[in-house]
Ligand binder design. Structure first.
Ligand code: PMV
Length: 367
């Protein structure tokens, strides 16, 4: 017999809910959710939002989306409605995405069909800064919507809450599934990781204490909007001739970085993290069309990071997202020395000398 998927389980739960038996209600939910940076990259997916390889991320702390949703629920209402404002203004492009998202997840949250929602959102970081805003935004929205559903039905399942929120966030943006957990998250079914799934992320907490105070300083080489959307990028992997090798490489790298994280092997951690960043860009370079998202400043920064590491033996390395900006990952124990290096050597390569300092964080918070 085929094992029931998590998605099927949620649909069965939704089908057994008697909406008419519920009383009209109104209220609000507020959640902040951090962004995350992938160390093992997710690049390539199949329907519906299923990753072609597992990914592992570090949850950020400061870079967050705050979302508040005011709602009214009436079982007799059959015409769902929502309004959306971002940083106090109407945002038509985002509204369209949210409209599609709400329709998409209603089978899993059936009360949405009888609800009017007023959604207000703001980010603590600038747009187009190289921080994945879809991860924090979809994470925060999923948390609010699930919170509302559970309040109305009076069925709180604290142990299940983050898993379902991660599932719902994934349907908005794959990488958002990983933003729901403290420190490190794994998304994607992986051999040897009990409980791992393609449908939601899980927390990874068995890391060596030397990784307990990781920093991420995002060096803004280029502040413009993305030149390739994630969905276009994932789509290009379908025909990339290197894709099968890449998916296998990610699995091997996941095992290696896990060993490094568990044993405190910094050189191995840095080697795999940097290999993953460059592999992501290699996939973009070799797609059709190909994208060269790194800028001269990106390469200068990478060279300087490697030279500084060789010279000082400090624990620092880089990773990249789908853009020119560089995430400098380092141990908080070396903050003074590394921050001095950033100011003197790296900021000159940044647009208007800009960088954003963040660190590993504890995950979402209710507010
Ligand atoms: O979640 P998406 O569909 O925006 O894809 C994110 C892809 C990368 O940020 C490039 C890598 C990752 O794993 O976060």
């Amino acid at each position: 017999m085929m094992e029931e998927t998590y998605s099927q389980q949620l649909l069965n739960d939704a089908a057994s809910l008697t909406v008419k038996a519920l009383s009209p209600a109104s209220g609000s939910a507020g959640w902040s959710c951090p962004s995350n940076i992938a160390l093992i990259k997710y690049w390539g997916k199949k329907p519906v939002q299923i990753p072609m390889n597992p990914s592992l991320s570090m949850t950020l702390d400061e870079a967050r989306t705050f979302t508040r949703v005011d709602y009214t629920f009436d079982p007799a209402q059959t015409d769902p409605a929502f309004s959306f404002s971002f940083e106090g203004r109407q945002a038509p492009a985002f509204s369209q995405r949210i409209e599609g998202y709400l329709k998409f997840i209603t089978p899993y949250l059936p009360l949405l069909a009888h609800t009017s929602l007023q959604i207000e959102s703001r980010n603590t970081f600038p747009h187009s800064s190289g921080i994945a805003s879809s991860a924090s935004a979809m994470g925060a929205l999923a948390l609010c919507l699930l919170d509302i559903e559970q309040t109305i039905t009076g069925t709180a399942h604290p142990e299940e809450f983050m898993r379902k929120a991660s599932f719902l966030a994934r349907l908005g943006s794959g990488s958002a599934s990983r933003s729901l957990f403290p420190q490190f998250s794994l998304w994607g079914k992986s051999e040897g990781w009990t409980g791992s799934s393609d449908e939601f992320a899980v927390s990874f907490s068995g890391f060596h204490p030397s990784f307990g105070n990781l920093r991420d300083t995002i060096l803004i080489v280029e502040a413009g909007a993305k030149k390739v959307s994630s969905s276009a990028g994932h789509g290009l992997m379908e025909k990339n001739p290197y894709a099968p090798v890449r998916f296998e490489q990610a699995r091997v790298n996941l095992g290696e970085i896990r060993n490094a994280l568990e044993s405190g092997d910094w050189p191995l951690f840095l080697e795999i993290m940097e290999m993953e960043a460059l592999a992501l860009h290699a996939m973009m370079l070799t797609g059709k069309p190909g994208y060269l998202l790194m800028q001269p400043g990106t390469l200068s920064i990478i060279q300087k990071i490697r030279a500084f590491r060789k010279e000082t033996g400090k624990r620092l390395g880089f990773t990249l997202d789908a853009g020119a900006n560089v995430h400098l990952i380092f141990s908080g124990n070396d903050s003074d020395r590394v921050n001095a290096f950033i100011s003197s050597e790296l900021l000159p390569h940044c647009e208007n000398g800009r960088a954003i300092s963040d660190r590993m964080g504890d995950g979402p918070q209710r507010f």
